[in-house]
Design a binder for this molecule. Structure first.
Ligand code: NDP
Ligand code: 2IT
Length: 444
């Protein structure tokens, strides 16, 4: 058995029934194979892979809350503190009915390498609950957030673990979580990022993941003699990442023609009207099907995915495993030249292979969606210094960070004779930084 096979067996044995986590570990370990080949004996001796696949700490807890009818509900909350080599644990909270330990282990594991790519001092973590905010009143969401934080606050802090948003956790939820944290600890501090500008937030954090995704996509396209200017772009999702990816793509001269939610997708050949999407999703919290009421020339395709629409560039920005092999085939047949992940692992393993075999430029999420957590780290440093940087200043640094990530990813792939394989490049670059730091800190 190779070292990688041994470690994969171990991960399966120690984490039964966690397919998402098994797959994430497999993808990372396969991608860093050239590094492992060069260092196998050395890494085996210090049990490096065994350590890197084991979360440092993993917490789960009961979250009781009362709905508007007076009925009591019990959800399960989690925080996975995966790796603190590079800094305090950092990563989002996801509120979605699908949340379980497997999904959070996968996200926290990925987050460790993503955060390493940003060059900031942040370790990897993730958390959340199997709570569905959809259809809940503001009071119900507040009750849930307060109960969730009543347990979580014991394990987080500005130098310990700094949560943020993810699916189902946006500005409203962050506000309620921050309020309860402050009430319980009597501390007004930067323990959560993605805060409102009225209480310690950073300019550009709302836009950061989507903008960063587009900045990196443009770097990748430019390196291959292409550009977003004049390109047709398909986006999936219509949440935080999707909206601001579309906004920046438009600013760069592209035409974004799709957005979606879990019920279906909108195709607007004239270009998606973002003010309509923002009103539906950020203000009214309604379904994307409403779009056609405001824009009757657009089409709504119930129960379908946007990958059937022809495009030059596809940006999956919704959820894991939303772009499968059959979708990849449609994109390639439609002439798509580049795919960059806004979501975490939206593209299945066989779909990634298909893109790479067919000459499509493919950028994995741990590189292309790192802009969100990068600006979270800038929010942390502003909170520590009690300063507020301008929008232009933070945006310029975000763009620099995304360019630097692109250069790291490209160079790491080339170092190991995998030029153009950005899955390999991103994983190797992230892994190298984490490993070097872990070794310097001893066998912990
Ligand atoms: P939001 O909750 O704001 O939006 C999620 C969007 O995805 C919604 O439009 C949702 O629709 C849609 N969606 C969910 N499930 C499906 C599905 N099965 N098919 C199609 N659409 C679906 O989350 P974010 O935008 O914050 O996150 C999106 C992705 O980006 C996630 O993978 C997240 O981990 C990742 N990410 C987020 C970052 C951030 O800063 N927020 C940073 C880096 C990565 P519906 O309302 O129907 O559920
Ligand atoms: O997946 C992610 O990188 C996020 N949800 C953002 C995490 C953060 O701490 O800003």
């Amino acid at each position: 058995m190779t070292y990688v096979e041994e470690v994969l067996e171990r991960v399966k044995r120690n984490n039964p029934g966690e397919p998402e986590f098994h797959l994430a570990v497999k993808e990372v370990l396969q991608a860093i194979e050239p590094v492992l080949k060069a260092h196998e004996a050395e890494y085996r001796k210090i049990r490096l892979l065994e350590r890197i696949v084991e979360p440092e700490r993993s917490i789960s807890f009961r979250v009781p809350w009362v709905d508007d009818k007076g009925d009591l509900h019990i959800n399960r909350g989690y925080r996975i503190q995966f790796n603190s080599a590079l800094g305090p644990y950092k990563g989002g909270l996801r509120f979605h009915p699908s949340v379980n330990r497997s999904i959070l282990n996968f996200l926290a594991f990925e987050q460790t390498f993503k955060n390493a790519l940003t060059g900031q001092s942040i370790g990897g973590g993730k958390g959340g609950a199997n709570f569905d905010p959809k259809g809940k009143s503001d009071r119900e969401v507040m009750a849930f957030c307060q109960s969730f934080m009543s347990e979580l606050f014991k394990y987080i802090g500005p130098n310990e673990d700094v949560p943020a948003g993810d699916i189902g956790v946006g500005g409203r939820e962050i506000g309620y979580l921050f309020g309860q944290y402050k009430r319980l600890t009597n501390q007004y501090e930067g323990t959560i990022t993605g805060k409102s500008m009225r209480f310690g937030g950073s300019f550009v954090r709302t836009e950061a993941t989507g903008y960063g995704l587009v900045y990196l996509t443009e770097e990748m396209l430019n390196a291959h003699g292409r550009s977003l200017a004049g390109a047709t772009v398909t986006v999936s999702g219509s949440g935080n990442v999707a909206i601001y990816a579309a906004e920046k793509a438009f600013q760069m001269g592209a035409r974004v023609v799709t957005v979606s939610d879990s019920d279906g997708f909108i195709y607007d050949p004239d270009g998606i009207k973002l003010e309509v999407v923002k009103d539906i999703k950020e203000v009214r919290r309604a379904r994307i099907s409403e779009y056609v009421k405001a824009v009757p020339t657009a089409q709504y395709h119930e129960g379908k995915k946007s990958w059937e629409i022809k495009c030059d560039v596809a940006l999956p920005c919704a959820i894991q495993n939303e772009l499968a092999l059959e979708d990849a085939k449609k994109l390639v047949a439609g002439g798509c030249i580049a795919v960059a992940e806004g979501a975490n692992m939206p593209t299945t393993e066989d779909a990634i292979k298909y893109f790479q075999q067919n000459g499509v430029l493919f950028m994995p999420g741990k590189a292309s969606n790192a802009g969100g957590v990068a600006v979270s780290a800038l929010e942390m440093s502003q909170n520590s210094m009690r300063i507020v940087r301008t929008f232009e200043d933070v945006d310029a640094q975000l763009r620099e960070i995304m360019k630097d990530i692109w250069l790291q990813v490209k160079a790491a792939a080339e170092d190991y004779e995998r030029a153009g394989d950005y899955v390999c490049g991103a994983n190797i670059a992230g892994f190298r930084r984490v490993v070097k730091t872990m070794r310097e800190q001893g066998y912990v």
